[in-house]
Write a protein that binds this ligand. Structure first.
Ligand code: PEP
Length: 251
């Protein structure tokens, strides 16, 4: 049985005051739940948000939005896996489509980041197709290519304990959401693709859906048998909405 996970990607939003307000609002109503929960603030706030989560005794893990593929050295502006570990981060997102697009991260670099992260943190590998690729019927080929880059570098064993987030690019921050059936089709494909190399790891890996998840559509997405929770962007910045999504992920 896979434990569902709901992770909030705060993207480049927030301030120290906003973060304190958001965590305060989450603390007021955080339910007893069997769903794992994480938030991924910008790097500069990780330390303080971690302190606030501990002070509020919230069972919310800390995650980062990105990490360097390099372990240490002369890489100005970069943040290493061991630095994130030092800040008590548990998760790190790699290959988010906003980084693949705006920062030109390709499958190879994403695979290197995943590989660097997996020894100390739980990587959340984002995969997903563009609208044009879906319209051309290329969705599954794109997902396979993105997975294969990681499989070639780390093998199926690399996905042991890891998380995959299926995030169709056309659904991120657009208000357009994949239908539950569209999400399920891709999630099953991901699991079968991994199962060709390791059936146990494929069965155990958690596959989140991300792309305009909100309090209104979360339950039907999470009801799909291969959807193990969500990676939540915009809606994770509103406590009520995020908590409603968390409740929808309970089994
Ligand atoms: C995301 O940032 O990973 C995301 C899914 O964003 P949104 O929920 O806003 O579409």
């Amino acid at each position: 049985m896979r434990q569902p996970l709901v992770a909030g990607n705060w993207k480049m939003h927030g301030s120290r005051a906003d973060n304190a307000r958001l965590i305060g609002a989450l603390a007021e109503r955080f339910p007893a739940t069997d769903v794992a929960c994480a938030v991924c603030p910008p790097h500069v706030y990780l330390s303080e948000v971690g302190r606030m989560l501990r002070a509020a005794e919230l069972p919310i893990a800390l995650g980062a939005q990105d990490v360097s593929a390099e372990l240490k050295g002369a890489f100005t502006g970069e943040v290493s896996v061991s630095m994130l570990e030092d800040l008590d981060c548990s998760y790190v997102i790699v290959g988010h489509s906003e980084r693949r697009k705006a920062e030109g991260e390709d499958d190879h670099l994403v695979a290197r980041k995943f590989d660097a992260a997996r020894s100390k943190l739980v990587p959340i590998l984002c995969v997903g197709e563009r609208l044009g690729e879906r319209q051309e019927g290329e969705t599954l080929a794109v997902i396979a290519r993105q997975l294969d880059a990681v499989l070639e570098r780390c093998g199926a064993i690399g996905f042991g304990g890891a998380v995959i987030a299926y995030e169709p690019r056309w659904a991120i921050g657009t208000g357009m959401t994949a239908s539950p059936e569209q999400a399920q089709e891709v999630h099953v494909f991901i699991r079968r693709h991994l199962a060709q190399q390791d059936a146990k790891i494929a069965d155990e890996v958690r596959i989140l859906y991300g792309g305009s998840v909100n309090a209104g559509n979360a339950a039907e997405l999470f009801a799909m048998p291969d959807v193990d929770g969500g990676l939540i962007g915009g809606a994770s910045l509103k406590a009520e909405e995020f908590l409603a999504i968390l409740a929808a992920a309970g089994r």
